[in-house]
Design a binder for this molecule. Sequence first.
Ligand SMILES: [Zn+2]
Length: 247
Amino acid sequence: MTSTLPTSITARATSSPEMVPLPISLRIRQRLDAAGVAYLANDNISDHLQEGELDQLEVEVAGKVRELLRSLVIDIDNDHNTQETAERVARMYLHEVFKGRYHQQPKIASFPNVKKLDEIYTVGPITVRSACSHHLVPILGNCWIGIKPGDRVIGLSKFSRVADWVFSRPHIQEEAVMILADEIERLCEPEGLAILVKAQHYCMKWRGVKEPQTSMVNSVVRGDFRHDPSLKQEFFELVKQQESMLY
Ligand SMILES: [Zn+2]
């Protein structure tokens, strides 16, 4: 009998970590760390999520948002407007505005360039929606993509799909454009690629300096667009024409 008590205490102590599992976000982060995979705000981690983990993550995030609201001294127990805000925000982050971090890239098929098309074309404006990594407030804008085809081509609507997926993460605009360029190069290996993004940043409009008219414009040019100034010029001319069609 004398040995029963210490044994049962030891058994309880060793089994307690199994009874209280680690938070799902911690388990995912440990897995990413062990694999040496980056998980910055604008990285996609979908390849490292297991079946059902996104649902568990949604529950965990909702709990944290609930605590955030309490820390903001909002009476979520009695305020009918915010009673389910935590669940809405968790769903919105994981499946809508930041879906580009947690969901796989939409399926995009590429086809051989059988007609050997080699003239440049532009697609735009494509609406892009993101949030700044610094304050998590919206970035809303337009994107134009210029392609000089290589051996493979993708459908026009696919540019919208990949842009939406890339921008639906916390970003800074400069990096968003680079990541989008990397993805398009991977999908269709063009001879030349040019991307222009014009966006309004709500962290400048809504807070901070509160400049309602300021926008940010940036571009990336690769391949033939980079080496041939006349091709680059043609891209910006085509964008100007597409913009004039808007008004
Ligand atoms: Zn910001």
